[in-house]
Design a protein around this ligand. Structure first.
Ligand code: PLP
Length: 501
């Protein structure tokens, strides 16, 4: 039987491996850069319009012959044809659906380097420089949010993971310090069935999702009504805390939202912080969206009160213009991370700690972890905080301009002036009951490649939403976007009428 080394065509494999083949790397990166340039030069729609079944057929075809090798250029060519051509163009000025940003060029370069270096930020020996970069970047972030010296942070995959970590630490901190129970070791105390999490009715769905995953159940989340600006009513929060306490429930955490997904509204963080402190309840602030305002000289004041949080979620892959995925989770005291630390002999033994070696797995719910901090460092150095903040300001003023145009158009109805860069509105149809129309407008625009906008519901009623992230759009482009919605609405209404005659 042939040995492994005899089976392997070493010369061939070397073509894909480093350090043997630097020219192969250069050639592949060069081809990649050319494909990207070609894509960005030629793509002038938000989506090609290809239907899901056609996409499935084309991409399935790529997997037909995989036993024998293919040239990199051939495979990249197929990626260009079948995948890049039918990706959502996040750089198009009319791609304005979700909190999905066009990434900054320095961050794309840094992400490529991070992939090539392939550091894993669980243990220091797998990522010496990367570990230090992540530490510096979380320290920078803690300073940006004016957290105290005791604070710390970790990079995460995004707001979902950060919110989960916030509530996990809140639960385990309460159990340890109030009930004297180490949940990590012994699991839930009987009283856990009375634990409650309070957040605004506009909070992100991951608060409920986390409660479910943490064994508390979605019903443990109490939704506090929001006011007409979609911000949590702090007075009702206080009343609810008193009421549920009197009934024997335990308010274990309050979640404040800085930037609700649909409206970008920021809860009254100062008032919420004062209530949480007085009641000795963990305050987690979901700043996945609005956290970026900390960079803005114009809008940072909207985050006043965030320093009172025990933990904060911040997403770099939203308004910080970084490629997916890139988020951070901050805690007021590094020691809170004890609830996720599990020493193991092969990775992060106690002896390392005694020797002052930092293994970042001690701060994370992940083990293997990407070097996402690099793109934040490279962006910070390349762009600088002042201009980074101005990008954010610009996207907010673009949204204000779009809102004015919507308000001025008799065919549309704006729900409210945007707090940030999310604009929610309705198309005034001749038949207001015909709710399916909003969904059809959104889908028609998407498949025609004219615009990618979002659909949502406000009090159960379908609405349309634009999240304006690209700072470099123009007034003319925004006007075109409004007209595209109006014309599509009219066309679909007319079509429906003709069908029913
Ligand atoms: C307010 C808020 N929190 C959390 C999340 C979840 O973030 P991610 O998608 O990065 O996990 C989102 C996503 O849009 C969000 O808007």
């Amino acid at each position: 039987m042939a040995g492994v080394s005899e089976q392997l065509d070493e010369a061939f494999v070397q073509g894909f491996m480093l350090p043997g083949n630097v020219p192969a790397l250069q050639s592949a990166l060069h081809q990649t850069a050319q494909l990207l340039s070609d894509y960005f030069d030629k793509t002038n729609h938000s989506y090609s319009g290809l239907a899901a079944d056609q996409l499935d057929h084309a991409i399935g075809g790529m997997l037909a012959e995989t036993e024998e090798p293919h040239a990199v250029s051939e495979v990249l060519g197929e990626v260009r044809t079948h995948i890049m051509s039918h990706s959502l163009n996040v750089n198009h000025p009319h791609t304005a659906a979700h909190l999905q940003c066009p990434p900054l060029i320095p961050s794309v370069c840094a992400d490529t380097i991070a992939s090539a270096l392939n550091q894993s930020l669980d243990s220091w020996d797998q990522s010496p420089a990367a570990t230090v970069v992540e530490q510096h970047m979380t320290e920078w972030l803690c300073r940006l949010f004016q957290f105290p010296e005791s604070a710390g942070g970790t990079f995460t995959t995004g707001g979902t993971q950060s919110n989960y970590m916030g509530l996990l630490l809140a639960r385990d901190h309460y159990c340890l310090h109030v009930l004297g129970r180490d949940v990590k070791k012994y699991g839930f105390p009987p009283k856990a069935s009375r634990f409650k999490i309070l957040c605004s009715e506009e909070a992100h769905f991951t608060v409920k999702k986390s409660a479910a995953q943490l064994g508390l159940g979605e019903e443990a989340v109490i939704l506090i009504p929001a006011d007409n600006r979609k911000k949590m009513d702090a007075r009702l929060l206080e009343e609810t805390i008193h009421r549920i306490k009197a009934g024997g429930d335990i308010p274990m955490a309050v979640v404040g939202t800085a930037g609700t997904t649909d409206f970008g509204s920021i809860d009254p963080l100062e008032e919420i912080g004062t209530i949480a402190a007085a009641e000795k309840i963990w305050l987690h602030v979901d700043a996945a969206y609005a956290g970026a305002l900390a960079l803005s000289s114009q809008y940072a004041c909207k985050l006043r009160g965030i320093t009172q949080a025990d933990s904060i979620s911040v997403d770099f892959h939203k308004l910080f213009y970084q490629p997916v995925s890139c988020g951070a989770f901050l805690v007021k005291k590094q020691s809170f991370f004890q609830h996720v630390a599990h020493p193991t002999d092969y990775l992060n033994p106690d002896e390392d700690k005694e020797d002052g070696i930092v293994n970042l797995v001690d701060h994370s719910i992940q083990t293997t972890k990407r070097f996402d901090a690099l793109k934040v460092l490279v962006t910070l150095k390349t762009i600088g905080t002042r201009q980074w903040g101005q990008l954010i300001d610009q996207s907010i003023s673009n949204a204000a301009m779009l809102a004015e145009k919507i308000e001025a158009d008799p065919s549309l109805r704006l729900v409210m002036r945007p707090e940030m860069n999310a604009v929610v509105f309705r198309y005034r149809s001749q038949n207001e009951e015909e709710n399916g129309l909003h969904r059809r407008i959104q889908q028609h625009l998407y498949h025609s490649g004219e615009a990618a906008i979002a659909k949502t519901k406000v009090n159960g009623v379908p609405h349309l939403k634009c999240t304006l992230l690209h700072p470099c759009t123009t007034e003319e482009r925004l006007e075109q976007l409004v007209q595209a919605v109006v014309n599509t609405g009219r066309k679909l209404e007319k079509r429906k009428k003709e069908e029913t005659v």
